[in-house]
Unconditional design. Structure first.
Length: 292
């Protein structure tokens, strides 16, 4: 059986066809322009492929409340052409198949939980640190939604005493995204992250903020694994610094086998950067089962 998958991002839309084993058989990448331009191109890719359902892992905020009139919509996104856009409704109309829907980071979490390093666990988190910061949460074997969906990239951060940066987030200033996402790194240091690899002070401060957030997530969610993805995490020197700061901040309060083995607890993604599109594939599979 074939399924469609869409990893909907702010700069590109990755569309794929895959099977129930998570194998990606065909994919294309389409620039994210306006819905009027981008949506017909994506629908055309999926038409005629005999897919049983479509899964969408989407940038947000989005409406995941099935009883809501705007379920399946992209809602208050700063990407203004997509604000209050019914992305699921469009595909249901054009393709006439079930459409599964969740956040992009929940999709990545689902991919890792189904086929990757979080397989067999019931509680884990996936964090992406790139243009923004997002956190996907699986708790008790289910993707966490609640009132809306986790926006854990916007938790407020204590500013380190040697940091004078005011924060990049237009809503919260010094939240995690405002202090540690790619645009914040560039604004604070005057160059993009990829040009700062040989500046240890950059990555010490970055690790400090990421570890503060991880320590909060550990105390609140008690994840069995923490997966860190996104462009900023391509800095290979960062992970060891994050683990060291987490150990310092937990400060022996919790004693678990996971925290005693941080190299296997706080990890990079395991699916060769396919976790998002594979998670979207699984969202489609789950929606088909739900509607049977």
């Amino acid at each position: 059986m074939l399924f469609g998958a869409l990893e909907a991002g702010g700069t590109k839309m990755v569309c794929a066809i895959g099977n129930e084993n998570g194998e990606i058989l065909e994919r294309i990448s389409i620039p994210t322009e306006t819905p009027e331009i981008t949506m017909p191109r994506m629908a055309e890719f999926f038409k005629g492929k005999e897919i049983a359902s479509l899964g969408i892992a989407c940038f947000g905020p989005i409406d995941l409340n099935r009883s809501s009139e705007t379920y399946g919509y992209i809602t208050t996104t700063p990407k203004l052409p997509w604000k209050n856009y019914d992305i699921c409704g469009y595909f249901r109309k054009e393709l006439n198949i079930p459409v599964g829907f969740d956040t992009d980071v929940n999709g990545s979490m689902l991919g890792e939980a189904t086929w990757g390093c979080a397989k067999g666990l019931d509680t884990a988190i996936y964090i992406t640190i790139g243009t923004g910061v997002g956190v996907g949460v699986m708790a008790g074997g289910r993707l966490l939604h609640g009132m809306l969906h986790p926006e854990a990239g916007h938790i407020l951060m204590p500013v380190r005493s040697d940091d004078t940066y005011a924060g990049k987030c237009p809503y919260h200033g010094t939240c995690l995204e405002g202090m540690a996402a790619g645009p914040a790194i560039e604004a604070r240091w005057g160059a993009p992250a990829k040009e700062l690899a040989d500046r240890p002070e950059v990555w010490d401060l970055e690790a400090y903020y990421l570890a503060h957030a991880l320590t909060s997530y550990i105390m609140i969610l008690s994840p069995q694994k923490i997966i860190m993805g996104g462009g900023v995490m391509h800095q290979t020197q960062l992970m060891d610094k994050v683990r060291a700061y987490v150990k310092e901040m937990v400060n022996g309060y919790l004693v678990t086998k996971e925290l005693e083995d941080l190299e296997n607890y706080i990890v990079l993604p395991s699916l060769d950067d396919n976790q998002g599109i594979m998670g979207a594939l699984k969202l489609g599979m789950m929606e088909l089962e739900l509607q049977k």
